[in-house]
Ligand binder design. Structure first.
Ligand code: CMP
Ligand code: CMP
Length: 315
């Protein structure tokens, strides 16, 4: 959405559904106040002209490491050249010893972090007990929620081992990355909620999946997956219809129909085998969201049993 089209706080208050506010509250510990969500989510856009991003000098070795790190991060890897330069200048290297607490649950937050190497635990107090809700590794971003939704830190983040991260300030993030990140999470979140196999995952996991999806457009008759090819992507249908066709001996049968919210392409990744069927576009055009093999294994690996259960019903 263009800057001028952004709903102002007073408009957006009416437009935000109760469900949306509950979702944000679910992973941010934030009280369900409308002002708190909309004020930050749509706040700082008018200030673009006065913004002067910070510059942290870097050696060429540091710049190379940072570029490689951002290239592995969904939140940053699609920035245009100019925005990427601003981000490269504004990020600051943070070297952490094992056990260092980078973020404390409940505090205010002014930075997000991208991990170059190492592992960090995200820990939430649940019923007075510390629970590790996620372990982040290279390429992952953490500390984005406080910046995206202007809320207190939703978890404590602690280095599990010696780690190197890059830190980005709230203002630069707001000006360069936030609009795209909020739009993508909101747009794909609505679709992901309709995907049957994902219906029981938490809001935070869903936001991570949303970050990993890449849109692709196809036309009627296009073959998205060809039987017997090697498989390296998983697909969710955003818009349009498709069908799967399976050839056994000299016989070819239509075995499945797909519409918005359906998924396909999971078998080759789960079983490490060639594609078991072909998938063609039936509607005049169609939009799908694809996810790489690595993201699929990382994010949907835990759903393996559910996915294979569905595969058990295939013709
Ligand atoms: P933030 O709330 O700014 O700071 C703590 C971070 O922990 C949070 O952003 C997320 O990046 C990260 N995190 C990882 N898993 C979760 C989770 N399940 N709920 C909330 N935050 C999480
Ligand atoms: P994959 O083998 O990766 O690529 C082709 C996809 O077609 C497959 O994953 C399933 O998602 C889908 N499919 C639908 N019906 C069948 C079926 N009867 N047999 C095999 N694959 C099917």
């Amino acid at each position: 959405m263009a800057e001028t089209e952004k709903p102002r706080p007073e408009d957006s208050e009416e437009e935000e559904s109760d469900d949306e506010l509950d979702e944000i509250a679910e992973f941010t510990n934030k009280s369900r106040t409308r002002q708190s969500v909309s004020a930050e989510a749509y706040g700082a856009w008018n200030q673009k002209k006065e913004f002067t991003p910070p510059v942290f000098e870097k050696s060429s070795e540091q710049s190379d490491r940072l570029k490689a790190t951002l290239g592995h991060s969904f939140m940053f890897n699609e920035l245009d050249e100019k925005d990427m330069q601003t981000i490269l200048h504004a990020m600051k290297e943070v070297v952490l010893e094992a056990g260092t607490e980078v973020i404390k649950e409940g505090e205010d937050g002014d930075y997000l972090f991208v991990i170059e190497k190492g592992q960090l635990d995200c820990i939430k107090k649940i019923e007075n007990q510390d629970k590790v809700v996620k372990t982040c590794s290279a390429g992952d971003v953490f500390g984005e929620l406080a910046l995206l939704y202007n809320c207190p830190r939703a978890a404590t983040v602690k280095a599990k081992e010696a780690s190197v991260c890059w830190q980005l300030d709230r203002e630069t993030f707001n000006h360069i990355v936030k609009t795209a990140a909020v739009n993508r999470r909101e747009r794909y979140d609505a679709l992901l909620k309709t995907v049957d196999v994902l219906k029981d995952i938490g809001a935070y996991e869903r936001s991570q999946i949303a970050d990993a999806l890449k849109p692709e457009t196809f036309q009627k008759g296009d073959c998205v997956i060809r039987q017997d090819d090697p498989g390296d992507k998983f697909y969710i249908v955003e818009d349009g219809t498709l069908y799967a066709e399976k050839k056994v001996g000299s016989e070819t049968n239509r075995v499945m129909d797909y519409k918005s919210g359906s998924f396909f392409g999971e078998l080759a990744l789960l079983r490490n085998q060639p594609r078991a069927a072909s998938v063609y576009v039936e509607s005049s055009s169609c939009k799908v969201l694809s996810m790489s093999r690595a993201s699929f294994i990382k994010m949907l690996g835990p759903l393996q049993e559910l996915l294979l259960k569905q595969a058990g019903s295939y013709a």
